[in-house]
Write a protein that binds this ligand. Structure first.
Ligand SMILES: Nc1ncnc2c1ncn2[C@@H]1O[C@H](COP(=O)(O)OP(=O)(O)OP(=O)(O)O)[C@@H](O)[C@H]1O
Length: 231
């Protein structure tokens, strides 16, 4: 389980997260939602150790994550697909995937075949430079790079931004499959309601750095959508 208790976070003098509390159950599919700028990416970066929390606690399976480095997250079984993908444009698809293998959790030096079963285009593009791939292919690579380490928890920050509909469907199917067949916990920051509803079982809705509503996805009704998501 991922648990955040009374988390405050500041960029310099500007406070972004305010006494934020959130629980994400093991094996769940959870969507974190909210309008632009409410602090969703900041929250994920705090979970990933990319930003320090000012006060409060972040635990994963009862381990205090505020004391662990970014590099220790994969060993604990946490995979991260950042907003904007951040693949290495000058490296080939194969090299991008192998970068992850340098992490201790994966004893093998071979890219698991399972990532190519999920994203067959990556096998075809294995020797192509990351920077030459389309946006949709880059996103598949970014997800595959996290999966190479066989995480128990996969955290994705708006994986569908600027992606064509057939790849959005593929990503949806992959996330559902990973959750159903491997029990992988899926944590998704998502602004698009249809995708969030298709993937998420649980939601947390954020506004101005706080969680304002949480529950099963069926409880995300028109009133909440109108109040906290509509633009
Ligand atoms: N490096 C930074 N320095 C200062 N302020 C920042 C920094 N990064 C983000 N912010 C501010 O923190 C607030 C929350 O940003 P964040 O990216 O976490 O929101 P978000 O909900 O993920 O938004 P989006 O949906 O647009 O990605 C915004 O007001 C943003 O301008």
């Amino acid at each position: 389980m991922i648990e955040l208790k009374d988390v405050n976070q500041k960029y310099g003098g500007t406070q972004i997260l305010w006494n934020l509390n959130m629980k994400i159950e093991k094996g769940s599919r959870t969507c974190i939602m909210g309008r632009n700028g409410v602090g969703k990416t900041t929250l994920l970066k705090c979970i990933m150790g990319m930003l320090p929390v000012s006060t409060g606690s972040v635990t994963i399976n009862d381990l205090d994550m505020t004391k662990k480095s970014v590099e220790q997250r994969p060993e604990i079984g946490v995979g991260y697909v950042p907003q904007g993908r951040h693949i290495f444009g000058q490296l080939t698809v194969e090299e991008n995937l192998k970068v992850s293998l340098s992490c201790k959790r994966q004893p093998s030096k071979t890219i698991p075949e399972s990532v190519f079963e999920l994203f067959p285009v990556l096998k075809e593009m294995l020797h192509r430079r990351g920077g030459d791939l389309s946006g949709g292919q880059q996103q598949q690579l970014a997800i595959a790079r996290a999966l190479v380490l066989n995480p128990d928890i996969l955290i994705l920050d708006e994986p569908n931004e600027g992606i064509q509909p057939n790849i959005v469907q593929l990503i949806r199917d992959v996330l559902l499959k990973l959750n159903k067949e491997q029990g992988m916990t899926i944590v998704l920051v998502e602004q698009k309601l249809p995708f969030a509803r298709a993937v998420g079982e649980q939601f947390h809705l954020m506004e101005k750095g706080e969680v304002v509503a949480s529950g099963p996805m069926a409880d995300l009704d028109d009133e909440l959508v109108g109040k906290y998501l509509a633009v």
